[in-house]
Design a protein around this ligand. Sequence first.
Ligand code: 13P
Ligand code: SF4
Length: 367
Amino acid sequence: MTVQARQMPPSRQDIQQAATVEETRARMAARLAGIVPEFEVELKADLAFRINQLKRERGAVILGHNYMEPALFHSVPDYVGDSLELSRISTQTEAKIIVFCGVQFMGETAKVLNPEKTVLIPAEKAGCSLAEGVTVEDVKRLKAMYPGAPVVSYVNTYASVNAESDYCCTSGNCTAVVRHLLEKGCDRIIFIPDEYLAHNTANELGVAYVTAPEGDADTNAGVAPGKPTVIGWRARCEVHELYKVEDVENVRKQYPDVVILAHPECSPEVIAKVDYAGSTKGMIDYVKNISAPRYLLLTECSMADNLAAEFPEREMVRACSLRCKHMNLITLQDTLNAMEKMQYKVELSQDIIERAKLPIDRMLAIR
Ligand code: 13P
Ligand code: SF4
C-alpha cells in the first residue's frame, strides 16, 4: 500500500513571492483553507500582492505581531513573533524602513532601537490598555514611595515610561529579569504596569507580591522588611482580564484531553489552572513541541486561527472570539496605505530615545 504524502500548504514566503494577484489568491486560499472564507481571501489577495510588491520596491521590512488577523499574518510580514522577538529582529535588519504591524508601544520600542530608521505603524490609534494605564508621573511617585527599588517596566508601555525605568521586560523574559534583580540583592522591585503579570512573575519566583497603594497610603503596606517583594501597579490587559477560572473548568469538562495555554496577562487564579503560561511565542513553541489532539489558547483569538492555519491537523478549541480592539485596527488596507503614503511615522524626542535605550537594551540582553 502506498502512503500518500500530505500536501504542505504554501508558506508565507511562497505567498510573498507570487508573481501575480491570481497566484497570491490561490496560495493564500490554500494556506488559509477553513480559517478565512474564500470571499475574504478574494478581497484581500489583491492588497497583499500590492503590499509585497511595494515592500520590495521600497526595500522595507514588515514585522507582524502574532495577534495580526490571519489573512495579514500569513501574507505580508517578513518576520512574525512576540514583542521580544520582533524587537530583536528590528535591530538585525538591514532595511531602512520598518513597517511594524503591531500597536504603538511596539513601534516605539523599534524606534528607540533604530533611531536612524523610518519606523511606520499602519494604524495611528492602535494603543493598549496597559500602556494607557501608567504615566510618567505614576512612575515618579512610585520611585518616591519605594526609594532605591529598581523599576521594571513591561514593554507594553510607552517610551516615555520606559525612559523612567531601570529595566524593560516582555512576557518572554519577565521572570529572568526579576530573577536577575533578586540575584543582585534587590528586595523590592517595582514592576509596572500589569498587575497580573507582576503577580504571576512573583508567584513563579516564589516571592511576595503587593499592589502599590493608591494616593499617599502607607508605602510599607504588605512589604515585609528583608522579604523580597514585587510591587505591582493596577493596569490590566482589557482582553486577558476577561478570562475566568470557570472558562477553564467548563472547557475541561467538555474536552478532558484539552491542553490549555494562557498568556501571563491573565489573572493568577486562571494561570494556576492551565497547563502552560507564556508569551505568544512561548505558547506557539509549546504547541509545536507536543502532539496533543486539542488546544485552547486563553489569549487574543487571532492567534488560535494563525496556529490552526500552520497546524491544520491540530484542533484549536474556539471557545470565544476575543479580539484586542487595538490589534484589530491593523488591516491589510492600512498596511498598504502605510507603504504608499509612508505613514504613520513613529516620532520620539532625542531625550526619550536616549533614556529609554538602556532599559530596552537590558531587556534584549536578558534571556
Ligand atoms: P507578547 O509579547 O507575548 O507577544 O504579548 C504582547 C501582548 O500585547 C500580549 O497581550
Ligand atoms: Fe494591550 Fe491587551 Fe491588546 Fe496586548 S491584547 S495589545 S496587552 S490591550
